[in-house]
Design a protein around this ligand. Structure first.
Ligand SMILES: CC(C)(COP(=O)(O)OP(=O)(O)OC[C@H]1O[C@@H](n2cnc3c(N)ncnc32)[C@H](O)[C@@H]1OP(=O)(O)O)[C@@H](O)C(=O)NCCC(=O)NCCS
Length: 308
């Protein structure tokens, strides 16, 4: 896979992180569980010259592109690789936290705002432990947007600056933690975003110019209407968007998103082993068993449906 890293040997390796600093950053800023913070601190001892060289290239790809849009493409660790490799992306991300804080300070985002952005790391470490039964950060590249000052948590939703400079748009993302996706929570978040981006990034989002909000997610699949109860927040969320383009799969493995976000299981988990603990899991599994192939849809938010 092509990646956005500088060639091997072109930049210095990442200095070996201080395990205590790793633990502190994860606990104090990223909302990580003590178990994950400890595992990440302990794994530092396994970072050899080769891994630190790779981590240095990852760090460079962030540091030389602060404020840049889109995610940096990083090599993805195999879930079967040993500890430091499964967590490798975490260390350049943590080393970039001071850069992120400087960037945030520069645009008037306070430490509480920065902490909210980083809490997603703690969540994904928890999700990794649930998925694989071991510590890891399988989508470390996702956080290259967070630490480069591209993504912000405003209320329930995350908003990421996407698109091109000529045609910027806001990508809307939904964390698993943070409570139900009620229409009120969605409205409040979008309202905050409408103020935030023109105030902080006036060149990209001049006030007075209409802002486009897009969302690409399994949550927007209209097939869910056949399976979820009418009261479902997911259905109410989907109804806020006009769908754009054909149905797709977010990953090469078509099962990835549903297995990950609904069941917190890896895509090789057989149907009979999927958990059926709550309404969402039971409803989606009923659909899958009936032959429904849930997919990712891209939607264009119609703000007037939120009264905004
Ligand atoms: C998106 C999300 C917050 C929506 O949750 P919600 O607001 O409860 O959604 P709904 O009202 O449609 O849920 C339908 C039912 O499933 C339950 N449910 C949904 N997600 C649940 C979860 N993660 N854990 C437990 N129950 C859940 C709801 O409680 C509800 O049950 P009920 O009607 O018996 O009370 C939740 O599904 C989630 O955390 N998803 C993971 C993150 C994700 O998918 N992000 C998008 C990535 S592209």
């Amino acid at each position: 896979m092509t990646d956005d890293l500088p060639p091997a040997g072109a930049v210095p390796p990442l200095p070996k992180p201080d395990p205590e600093r790793v633990r502190e950053l994860l606990l104090d800023w990223c909302g990580a569980d003590p178990e994950d913070a400890l595992a990440a601190a302990e794994a530092v001892s396994g970072l050899d010259g080769e891994l630190l060289a790779l981590a240095g290239r990852m760090h460079h790809s962030i540091a030389e592109d602060m404020g840049g849009r889109l995610w940096r493409r990083w090599p993805k660790p195999s879930p079967d690789s040993p500890d430091p490799e499964r967590l490798l992306g975490l260390y350049p991300l943590l080393a970039a936290v001071p850069l992120m804080l400087d960037f945030h300070r520069g645009i008037g985002v306070d430490e509480d705002g920065s902490r909210l952005v980083l809490q997603d790391i703690g969540e994904k470490l928890r999700l990794n432990r649930e998925l694989y039964g071991r510590p890891g950060l399988d989508v470390a590249f996702w956080f290259t947007a967070h630490v480069r000052g591209t993504i912000y948590q405003l209320g329930r939703l995350q908003f990421c600056m996407e698109g091109t400079t000529a045609k910027p748009r806001i990508g809307l993302h939904i964390r698993g933690e943070g409570g139900p996706l009620t229409p009120e929570a969605v409205r409040s978040s979008v309202e905050q975003a409408l103020e935030f981006f023109p105030a902080k990034f006036p060149d990209l989002f001049p006030s007075g110019r209409s802002m486009s909000f897009m969302c690409s997610s399994w949550l927007l699949d209209p097939q869910l209407r056949d399976w979820l109860p009418e009261r479902s927040n997911i259905l109410k969320f989907g109804a806020l968007f006009d769908l754009v383009g054909p149905a797709t799969y977010a990953n090469a493995n078509r099962r990835d998103d549903i297995w990950r976000f609904v069941f917190a299981r890896t895509p090789d988990t057989p149907l009979e082993e999927l958990p059926m603990e709550h309404t969402l899991q039971r409803s989606v599994l009923a659909g899958i068993k009936a032959g429904v192939d849930f997919q990712t849809r891209l939607g264009d938010l119609k703000r007037e449906r939120l009264g905004l």
